[in-house]
Design a binder for this molecule. Structure first.
Ligand code: ATP
Length: 211
């Protein structure tokens, strides 16, 4: 089984990295592909350029093999629809199990994703509970959970796609927007992201003039 962890990564931080690593270990994944979004369909363009986000990810992932950078969305023109990304990965891996890892906050907004009903035809969803974010109790996502929710890894391994598994990882309650804000205010976000990433961002002055 392989995992897909998508995000704007503006910038990548330990919340993303810990989550990806813990899920890789919990689910015994062969690898997790860290997939920076090229043009986010649901939010404004990232502050850091594609090249800067790609380089920061390379620095963050250096020296370990379980988390791997996948830049296909940066290389594709147009909005980065996850359904297209999963279809292109599915074409490469055949019938192997594929797990799309996403935070509860991202899952709760799933019905606004392009062709969202097809996501579970292409991959399993592994939803990470996040502090202060509750799962939907009614509506199409609650119905999807009702139909697809599973409890065990064997149920993920048994088929290529279509199940939803909820998992908890070490709660690190910070976000990329908080880090951007700190850098813009001249505060240090050190210890929230790898030193090499922070040093690179400061050297590039990426988030310096936000305010
Ligand atoms: P922003 O503050 O700019 O919205 P973010 O830190 O939430 O950014 P994204 O790149 O938008 O990061 O998120 C990518 C994925 O990482 C999403 O599925 C999100 O739920 C998850 N994620 C973000 N922060 C954390 C965290 N601290 N712990 C676990 N997962 C996280």
């Amino acid at each position: 089984m392989i995992g897909i962890f998508g995000g704007t990564f503006d910038p990548i931080h330990y919340g993303h990295l810990r989550c990806a690593l813990e899920i890789a270990e919990q689910l015994e994944l062969r690898e997790v592909r860290m997939l920076p979004c090229g043009q986010p369909p649901h939010r404004g363009a990232p502050i850091a350029s594609a090249a800067q986000r790609r380089h920061a990810l390379k620095l963050a992932l250096a020296g370990q093999s379980l988390l791997r950078l996948d830049t296909r969305e940066l290389e594709r023109a147009g909005p980065s629809y996850m359904v297209d990304t999963l279809a292109s990965i599915r074409a490469e891996i055949g019938q192997g199990s594929l797990c799309l890892i996403l935070g509860q906050d991202a899952f709760n907004g799933l019905t606004s994703w392009h062709r969202w009903e097809q996501l579970t035809e292409l991959a399993h969803l592994v939803v990470i509970t996040r502090p202060g974010v509750e799962p939907p109790e009614t509506g199409p996502l609650a119905a999807l959970v009702e139909t697809c929710s599973v409890e065990s890894l064997d149920e993920l391994r048994a088929r290529p796609a279509g199940a939803i598994l909820f998992r908890t990882v070490t709660a690190l309650g910070f976000s990329a927007s908080g880090i951007r804000e700190q850098l813009a205010c001249g505060l240090s976000p050190r210890y929230l992201l790898p030193d090499a990433v922070l040093d690179y961002l400061v050297q590039e002055g990426v988030y310096r003039n936000l305010n």
